[in-house]
Ligand binder design. Structure first.
Ligand code: ADP
Ligand code: MG
Length: 274
């Protein structure tokens, strides 16, 4: 299988002083579905930004599709071919839809990516219509994206990436702000995309979705290093690990006269110790 991303001893600091990633080694292969877990501030978003070549490693090496990803390469005018290829292959759904949405209608928003790729107009229209219908966005097609609800905005963001038809999807906390029905819809969409062979990398601290959307989990500690990189089963059953990464915490409960110990994830979900 093709290696999509290869990170070797990657560290990243913002403004040379705010450490965000420390000595990260990861190889990601085509067709994998991976969740990136970690408490707030552990480095999940920074990792995704590096994978999408929006920021660059402060030290260490990043390879995408076998080629080194460097700032020079992405900005150099004479070597835009790789950057363009990369943008057709990798799509990023930001955590905050307001960062992503800028067009005056939902239709234009979804058509933007294919237009940027230089596809002929009828192909752009066809792709946009397909995605609108698949994502059930027909009733919103002429609306201004900034007037939509949070969940609707998120849907449009995802649609605007799917119209590019990338092989690799990077999603930053995609269930954040979604109601239960939209969450379920998103999980099913990700499962369908996985079946279609997409590589999907999702940053989250929502432990409930991990096993539904991925087979591999990478856990970041609050010291910005990788604490585990294994199959979801192994990671989700390692309560000590999840506790040390601040993904769950011990909590004492009183049930009548009984004191009862539970493990809690930050969203309040119970994990009984076995
Ligand atoms: P996560 O997505 O896991 O919550 P981030 O990757 O956003 O974590 O952040 C990792 C660390 O980098 C945090 O300590 C955060 O405060 C810091 N950080 C993130 N973005 C910036 C920035 N633009 N400037 C300075 N520090 C930042
Ligand atoms: Mg984040």
């Amino acid at each position: 299988m093709q290696t999509i991303f290869d990170l070797q001893n990657v560290s990243h600091s913002y403004l040379d002083k705010f450490e965000a990633l420390k000595d990260i080694n990861i190889t990601m292969t085509a067709g994998e579905q991976i969740t990136v877990l970690g408490a707030n501030g552990s480095g999940k978003s920074t990792l995704l930004l590096i994978l999408d070549a929006l920021i660059y490693a402060t030290s260490g090496e990043v390879y995408a599709f076998g080629k080194p990803v460097t700032e020079e390469r992405f900005n150099a005018l004479e070597d835009n071919e790789f950057a363009q290829y990369f943008r057709t292959k990798v799509g990023f759904v930001f955590q905050n839809p307001d960062v992503q949405l800028f067009s005056s209608t939902v239709f234009d928003e979804i058509a933007f990516g294919p237009l940027q790729l230089g596809l002929p107009n009828d192909e752009v229209k066809k792709r946009t219509e397909e995605v609108i219908s698949m994502m059930e966005l027909s009733s919103l097609r002429d609306r201004a994206p900034h007037t939509l609800s949070g969940g609707e905005k998120k849907k449009v963001c995802i649609a605007s990436i799917l119209s590019i038809n990338p092989d690799v999807l990077l999603l930053d906390e995609p269930t954040g702000g979604l109601d239960p029905r939209s969450q379920l819809w998103l999980i099913e969409l990700l499962q369908d995309l996985a079946k279609a062979g997409k590589t999907i990398i999702t940053a989250t601290h929502d432990l409930d979705i991990v096993e539904q959307i991925s087979t591999r989990a990478i856990v970041f500690g609050e010291d910005h290093t990788i604490k585990a990189d294994s199959n979801c089963d192994t990671v989700m059953n390692n309560l000590e690990l999840l506790m040390s990464a601040n993904l769950i915490h011990k909590h004492m409960h009183r049930h009548g006269k009984l004191m009862h110990e539970h493990l809690h994830s930050p969203d309040g979900e119970h994990h009984h110790e076995q």
